[in-house]
Design a protein around this ligand. Structure first.
Ligand code: FAD
Length: 445
């Protein structure tokens, strides 16, 4: 039997934790995966908590490395673009890629987590302890305390990795020991999930699109599910006169949706019930530093850098963390005291870059996607991509359909915009010159 003290403890068997357990077991490390919840493969799903998510190239790249991409994609639904729903008039489709055939994938979060859990537990050397909530950690020696239904349990490990999400207890313990600093910037927006069930046995909306209802101060999106339903996520301020708190009765809810999202009520018979009973989730950006202590406690995924969900990249980024940590372990011959600082050095600027792009994308989705100017800009961008293949690549393409590090994406896009700006200024000057010449010739005649 493996001595607990030799194990790598992964705290949090969510998306990043399960994938990490797979990668570590492949390297021959004994892994103890601790999870506060019961086994999700036997329990019921929590109501209204991010049922599906968009998985794109970064996440798929990580899954490919453990041979799980095809299984996960088999239940995924490709979304090739955005379908914009105005208050009045027809919905309009905007392709994500210049070619029109690249897609992000709507995946069930629960099914993905279960597939990863199955993959982890099928590997030799991985054990999972469910119903174990970490409540104490001694970062100097890897001693951990868990609350379980049977009472408090102590455990120890050679290395402790916190993959316990945005409200990470591991991060909280490091903070309590004065070993890191953190900032949590909550958005004044929250989110609530609503459901569009199948209509006559089929999808009620086009399943090959991510649907967006941009409304300036609020926004709703909908992603398709394999059972032909859609999960809608309404983003709205948590407080104020126009906010989740402002709709106090079924009549007020019905009136609000009829006015602002008129195509929704006929498709969502359970709208009022969903609205009244599904919780409002909080959204925010978590930053902390350092991401490790004593070379034996580390943070990954949301625990290190939770971001707002508007680029659909949180889980993709967490998966990319796992790939990078694996690479660092390769380069450092599995010496954790070298690998953990190297991991932070490589990932932190990338996490910051996607955190900022995700915040900026909220403004784009909420305010800009419906504007004719924005739509014309996207068409020009796609034309440039076709004209200069590999030389001009849009931000969306680089973020969602490549594994170019996020910080590099930002630098490259800024460079492209500078060049475009200069070209446009030059063209405008030439045009102005030509017009001036024509006018003065006209006058001479
Ligand atoms: P989590 O998935 O949060 O997993 C943490 C795990 O740790 C959980 O299982 C939890 O039970 C466990 N845990 C917590 N505390 C303890 C403790 N004290 N002891 C033991 N276990 C503990 N990302 C995308 O890539 N694409 C999307 O489309 C997308 N959409 C999103 C939509 C919404 C509304 C939200 C809120 C997020 C979205 N995300 C999306 C982000 C994505 O959900 C997260 O980035 C991702 O889940 C992070 O994975 P993680 O494993 O780090 O954390």
């Amino acid at each position: 039997m493996t001595d607990e003290r030799d194990e790598i403890a992964v705290v949090g068997a969510g998306l990043a934790g399960c994938l990490l357990a797979c990668f570590l077991a492949r390297r021959g490390h004994p892994v103890a995966l601790y999870e506060r919840r019961p086994d999700p493969r036997t329990g019921t799903v929590e109501r209204g908590r991010s049922i599906n998510l968009a998985l794109s190239e970064r996440g798929l790249d990580a899954l490919r490395r453990i041979g799980l991409d095809e299984q996960v994609l088999a239940d995924g639904l490709p979304m090739r673009g955005r379908m914009i729903h105005p208050v009045d008039g027809e919905a309009q489709f905007q392709s994500y890629s210049a070619s029109g055939d690249r897609a992000i994938n709507s995946i069930s979060r629960g099914a993905l987590n279960n597939a990863l859990l199955d993959a982890a537990t099928s590997l030799p050397g991985v054990r999972v302890a469910f119903d174990h909530r970490l409540v104490g950690l001694d970062p100097t020696n890897g001693g951990m305390t868990f609350e379980t239904p049977q009472g408090t349990v102590a455990a120890t490990a050679s290395v402790v990795l916190g993959t316990d999400g945005a409200g990470s207890a591991v991060r909280g313990q490091l903070l309590a020991y004065g070993l890191l600093t953190e900032s949590v910037d909550f958005l004044d927006y929250g989110y609530k999930e609503l459901t569009i069930p199948p209509l006559g046995g089929d999808f009620a909306l086009d399943p090959e699109a991510l649907h967006i209802w941009p409304r300036g101060t609020s926004m709703m999106i909908a992603l398709p599910n394999p059972d032909r339903s859609f999960t809608c996520t309404l983003f709205w301020p948590t407080h104020g006169t126009a906010s989740f708190a402002s709709l106090g009765s079924p009549a007020a809810i019905e009136r609000h949706f009829a006015e602002h999202y008129p195509d929704l009520p006929p498709l969502a018979p359970g709208l009022v019930d969903d609205y009244q009973h599904n919780p409002v989730g909080v959204l925010g950006t978590v930053r902390c530093t350092p991401w490790q202590a004593y070379g034996r406690v580390g943070l990954l995924g949301d625990a290190a850098h939770a971001i707002v969900p508007f680029y659909g990249q949180g889980a993709n980024c967490a998966f990319e963390d796992v790939v990078e940590l694996d690479r660092c372990l390769d380069e450092c011959a599995d010496d954790w005291s070298e690998a953990l600082p190297l991991f932070q050095q490589r990932r932190q600027e990338n996490a910051e870059a996607i955190a900022q792009m995700a915040l900026a994308n909220f403004v784009e989705m909420r305010d800009k996607v419906a504007s004719p100017l924005f739509q014309a800009g996207r068409k020009v961008e796609h034309a440039l991509e076709r004209l200069l293949p590999g030389r001009y690549v849009s931000r969306y393409e680089l973020v969602s359909f490549s594994t170019t590090p996020y910080a590099q994406v930002r630098r490259r896009v800024r460079r492209q915009h500078r060049v475009l700006g200069a070209v446009a200024a030059g063209a405008a000057a030439l045009l102005a010159g030509a017009v001036g010449l024509t006018i003065s010739r006209g006058r001479r005649r």
